[in-house]
Design a protein around this ligand. Structure first.
Ligand code: KIV
Ligand code: ZN
Length: 523
């Protein structure tokens, strides 16, 4: 059996659930390969625990958790499980090859959940929790137990269930504010109550898992740390169910920046926050709001003349963190059309992308096209190019964008001619009319691939300022059964970017189709 996790009291354990709770965000859905790429980045970031998924929820998630467990060394790799034998066994099967595996068992404990969700009494719930933790413990040393909806659970029952599950072998007990109902004062007092009223609490690490329904998730998590919690759960970019979870980047930087106040730190490499945030935004297809703390585009930009003046005299007048400390690279102009392969490889290396000769050879012509179109190629452009390159590489044996021509405007019926590479290596070209150029492009692609999807979201964002910026298009499509799939594409021509995004969504639909990704019914 693997070593159990230990509560290190001078350090806050960072538990990342981007790949589990984050993937529960409406409209999210990652392929196993995408999950693995994020897990590799989380490893670089240095989080302590990666909740890689919910193994029993679907064959696709099982595969993703297993791949991550087999490849990622360093962090604890965890799978979620309901308090039922089948889930616990599936979780163990998926993570058992990990260097440091953990099973995370959860069960509702509030009156409202027990009565309406579980339809069980408190003593039945107590029995299920203890049995589940014992079963998990018989398989794995490191077991976490979460009484779901803890902040609306009767405190006396909460203390009893924590004591019983620690006795049954839980090494971490997690206090979830499942519906984001609490506030810092109340939540801090609840954590203090746990320390004061659970007799064996010294045998477990106390963790917190806060949702952001009232925008208080990071503040609640930090109040818990002030009261002794030593594991914080959350997601990169604050993803997660409904309004999301605590933004891990906010929690990590609050601990770092206000060490004078909290007196404890996380062990992460904060310089990897920026790359982690951008990768998660890219693969989930959820753009980051410009004013988002730590990772938003404006987080380190000063707009007012008074601020700019003071900032130029002394940075700390208006900046409490160094942008570089969170991996912020600004918009440094780095490359042009005369730059060669060596320069490109070296700059990409600085940005965290290590390319082998073949990958560089594939990328270079695309870089040259971009450099011809744009006067200046910034770091953000290069990141967009790399995202496009990954999407392109992922489409082996799938549909590939090859080219298009559109006629549009308010004096003609919009028409698009699109050429798509087919999985068998051939190409097909179709011309279609639509209500606008993007609609015409989608109709042409539909005819080529023989699918018809409903476009539910279409958003364009520019990667950098300026008329020659790359446009990144995010598209969400819905299949006939109501499943949603995201697709992304980038190009200096936004109609081309739209076509790439639409084809990307169709390819992801193929990989994530419900037959591969059946969700088991929740109890
Ligand atoms: O929000 C929640 O309660 C959860 C549990 C599974 C920990 O996500
Ligand atoms: Zn949650």
């Amino acid at each position: 059996m693997a070593q159990s996790n230990v509560a290190t009291h001078d350090r806050v354990i960072i538990f990342d659930t981007t790949l589990r709770d984050g993937e529960q965000s409406a409209g999210a859905g990652l392929t196993p390969d995408e999950k693995l790429r994020i897990a590799r980045q989380l490893q670089k970031l240095g989080v302590d625990v990666i909740e890689a998924g919910f193994a029993a929820s679907s064959p696709g998630d099982f595969e993703a958790v297993q791949q991550i467990a087999r490849e990622i060394k360093g962090p604890i790799i965890c799978s979620l499980a309901r308090a039922v034998p089948g889930d616990i066994d599936a979780a163990w099967k998926a993570i058992k090859d990990a260097e440091r595996p953990r099973i995370h068992v959860f069960l509702s404990s509030s009156e409202i959940h027990m009565a309406h969700q579980m339809r069980k009494g408190a003593e039945d719930i107590m029995g299920m929790a203890v049995d589940a933790v014992k079963r998990a413990k018989s398989l794995c040393d490191d077991v976490e137990f979460s009484p779901m909806d803890a902040t609306r659970t009767e405190p006396g029952f909460l203390y009893r269930i924590l004591e019983a599950t620690i006795d049954a072998g839980a090494t971490t007990v997690n206090i979830p504010d499942t519906v984001g109902y609490s506030n810092p004062e109340e939540f801090g007092a609840l954590i203090k109550g746990v320390f004061d009223n659970v007799p064996n609490i010294d045998k477990a690490t106390v963790s917190v898992h806060c949702h952001n329904d009232l925008g208080l998730a990071a503040a609640n998590s930090l109040a818990a740390v002030e009261n002794g919690a030593r594991q914080v759960e959350g997601c990169i970019n604050g993803l997660g169910e409904r309004a999301g979870n605590a933004s891990l980047e906010e929690v990590m930087m609050a601990l770092e920046t206000r060490y004078d106040h909290y007196g404890v730190k996380s062990g992460v490499n904060t310089r990897e926050i920026g790359p982690s945030s951008r990768l998660v935004a890219d693969l989930f297809g959820f753009a980051i709001q410009p004013n988002k703390a730590i990772v938003g585009q404006n987080a380190f930009r000063h707009g007012s003349g008074i601020h700019q003046d003071a900032y130029l005299k002394e940075r700390t007048t208006f900046e409490i963190m160094e942008p570089e400390s969170v991996g912020w690279r600004g918009e440094a102009i780095v490359m042009g059309k005369l730059s060669g392969r060596a320069g490109l490889r070296s700059r990409l290396g600085d940005l965290g992308y290590e390319l082998n000769d073949r990958e560089l050879a594939d990328l270079f012509p695309r870089y040259k096209v971009l450099a011809d179109q744009k006067r200046e190629v910034t770091d953000f452009d290069l990141q967009s190019l790399m995202s496009e390159q990954h999407r392109f590489a992922d489409t082996d044996r799938q549909y590939r964008f090859e080219g298009l021509k559109v006629e549009c405007g308010d004096m003609v019926t919009p028409v698009a001619t699109v050429t798509v590479g087919l999985p068998d290596g051939k190409s097909k070209t179709v011309t279609a009319e639509g209500t606008g150029p993007v609609d015409a492009v989608c109709k042409a692609v539909d005819e080529i691939v023989g699918e018809s999807c409903n476009l539910t979201e279409f958003a364009v964002a520019s990667v950098t300022d300026g008329i020659d910026a790359i446009g990144e298009v995010t598209i969400r499509v819905e299949d006939a059964d109501g499943h949603i799939y995201a697709g992304r594409g980038g190009d200096t021509d936004i109609i081309v970017a739209s076509a790439k995004a639409y084809i990307n969504a169709i390819n992801r639909m193929g990989v994530l189709s419900p037959s591969k990704n059946q969700i088991t019914a929740t109890e």
